[in-house]
Design a binder for this molecule. Structure first.
Ligand code: ZN
Length: 143
């Protein structure tokens, strides 16, 4: 376990572009606003979704395709850095017409119908990701 303290920076809201790729859009906002570290929250709807589930035994992501319109019941994530570029790490809980939930790690291919997000900038030492042998994941260095 490791922790690092940040202070609050700007609090931004953004309306997502209809037809945009969710991950690209959040990354573009972070780049445009020069957010080094941030917390991301949001809600909205997607035309379709592409998620993944991390298999802890195989150290591999399994693709999940959702080929129907869904609500973003909840979107949570962080913005930090990986190899010097913006790394938005986003998870969502999605609901369909029957209200049932599916969720996971957002990958390219989630097409926005509508959405609104809140970004809380965190000021402090930048958070950089590095490969972690124990999990096979890119985790925060120095924590
Ligand atoms: Zn994830």
């Amino acid at each position: 376990m490791g922790t690092r303290q940040f202070s609050r920076g700007r609090r931004l809201v953004a309306r997502l572009t209809h037809g945009a790729d969710l991950l690209e859009e959040i990354t573009a906002i972070a780049e445009e606003q020069r957010l080094a570290v941030a917390e991301v929250r949001g809600l909205g709807a997607l035309k379709r979704a592409r998620l993944s589930y991390y298999d802890q035994n195989d150290f591999a992501y399994i693709d999940i395709a959702v080929d129907e319109p869904v609500e973003i019941a909840s979107l949570l994530g962080t913005v930090s850095r990986r190899d010097g570029t913006v790394a938005a790490h986003i998870h969502v809980a999605l609901t369909g017409r029957d209200g049932r939930c599916i969720g996971g790690h957002v990958v390219p291919g989630c097409i926005v119908f509508a959405g609104e997000i809140v970004l809380q900038e965190m000021l402090g030492e930048p958070l950089e990701r590095e490969y972690d042998e124990q999990t096979g994941l890119w985790l925060w260095r120095g924590l």
